[in-house]
Design a protein around this ligand. Sequence first.
Ligand SMILES: Nc1ncnc2c1ncn2[C@@H]1O[C@H](COP(=O)(O)OP(=O)(O)OP(=O)(O)O)[C@@H](O)[C@H]1O
Length: 632
Amino acid sequence: MPEKSNHHTYREYLHFVNVIRPHTVGVQVAAAVVTILQGYVAVTFLGLLVSQLTAANSNQNRLVVLVGSFLTVMFLMAVLGYWLDQHVQVNARAIWFGMQAMANKKMLNVTYPTFIDPDFRDKYSAANTSIMFTGGFSSFIIQIVNSICGLIAAIVLSGASLVVLFTARATANTGLAQFANSPWLFVIMLALIVIPVAAAIPLSKLSSKFTHRFFDYNVQYNRLSAYFINNIFDDYIAGKVVRIFDPEDNLVHFFGKMNTKQYKQDNKLQVQATAARSVNSIILATVIGALYVVVGIKGLAGAISIGAVIAYVGYLQQVIGALTNTMDTVGTSAATLKGLDQFIDFIEYPDTEASGKLPIEKRTDNDYEITVADVSYRYPGEKAWALHHVSLRFKVGQRLALVGPNGSGKTTLIKLLTRLAEPTEGRILLNGIDARKYDIHEYQQIFAVVFQDYRLFAFSVADNVAVNTHKDPARIQRALTLAGVWDRVQKMPKGLDTSLTKNIDADGADISGGEAQKIAIARAWYKNAPFIILDEPTAALDPVSEYEIYQRFDDLMQDKTAIYVSHRMSSTRFSQRIVVLDHGAIVEDGIHAALMQEKGLYYQLFEAQAQYYTADKIKAQRQNADAAYTIE
Ligand SMILES: Nc1ncnc2c1ncn2[C@@H]1O[C@H](COP(=O)(O)OP(=O)(O)OP(=O)(O)O)[C@@H](O)[C@H]1O
């Protein structure tokens, strides 16, 4: 899918370069000047050398002085050039890492609704592609600075060379000398300079067009390929599924086909782009040959020396080089600039949900009240309501259980409370103020959540519990003890400092699903946020572990406002209030005894579960199973 991008100004590009790496432009100008001078000095020397060698009064001493000064100047310029080049390289790397750091920061800082927005993800992929293929801002600076410096040198020197060549006249005025003195020779010379320069514009535009297509094509491919590599080939969990469910390696074949298609397309576009550039080189080489002939005529006619022929052709070659280079930059800069535009579009992607600036009042009494006021929510691109006209108010310190069948909207409500999604209609209020008015990062700090799909990182146990807050080993130990996993951590090779999984550290510890879930619970407790939300936190726990967690429930929750989502109806025993969701709406709300009396959905869910697990029921089912199977 072609990626649309806004056009930004050169000022903006330079601003980005300055933010990432100040002084880049200055260093590049110095490097370009030295490189250009090296070219001109070499050509001048060659001309002078040939003049000396062919002069009637050629003198050995003068030759030695000439060669000696040339070698000294070239040596000094080479050393200076090398030193500057090192800085150019360092700057290029700094810009590369700077751009990566900016992109990573953006990804981590945007609000969740933006983070999952497909348009934003496309922009991210486009920005990555642009960093990878255009060299980003460093290529831009190198291209622009080299072209401008080359152009200035070319204008000055071409002007001077052409004036000298035009005014240098042969003494005779017949035959070849007449032609050498005629303005036609000058016109031919000008035409020879103009031809490759004029050809460079359409050819580099053509080459750039192919590069553009290459970009657009790559954005989509890179996204898909990153998914395959990170989430399928390199992922432990996917690794199990693939081995059991994909014995014929269909995923690999699919990836292979995708790669082949990409490879063919890449090749086609690269070959086309290179062909356009090659035509340019062929024209250039032919023109240089023709220039030798034309300037040579001046030499043959005696208007200038042989050494001057070599020097002037050399100058004109430099001039043509500089001009074609500039034209090439103008043509290809479209591709580089598009890459930069894509990067800036991503960095400046508007994050509408981050507009609230109100700070969250820090309260030691945790006196925060949340009101869900007639909230409805539809997932982006979906027609059906995941939540419809939900109203709810949480009292401070209350323990609330959220129950309901699969897909009834429990997790969605949690996403809205924690502002991982924003209501499509209605409002959520914190202490009477619309949650959107608060700074979202501060707002999210009042919640600790154990998500259904919680994720531990391949870092140390301590880092997983404390995340990026202050690491207090005693509190981390307390958290792990309350969650019932301290014994296991103690047995790990480096205790709290043991990395989880072997993804990054070969000495890391692999743990069971239940142990991982306990660490996720410890992480939520450690955060010490006023609201603690547990979405199916004991799903992976064995009955004894679950029982133990329930035993420590008071210690875990302390005086916090707690929301507990579980399909195990018995777990609602800790909740003062039970809210029942069905098809995205609240259908019941009250205490256990009252809801049981109502004999509504809660009663049915509770009874159904109780019924499936009564001793008699299990016994009867056991007998059926036993009767159907005998061991011979
Ligand atoms: N990212 C999503 N995009 C679109 N629809 C979604 C998304 N996540 C959930 N839904 C839909 O929204 C509705 C509510 O889902 P939700 O996850 O809130 O249910 P739940 O009560 O937590 O279910 P469960 O008990 O299975 O965890 C469901 O119909 C679900 O299919």
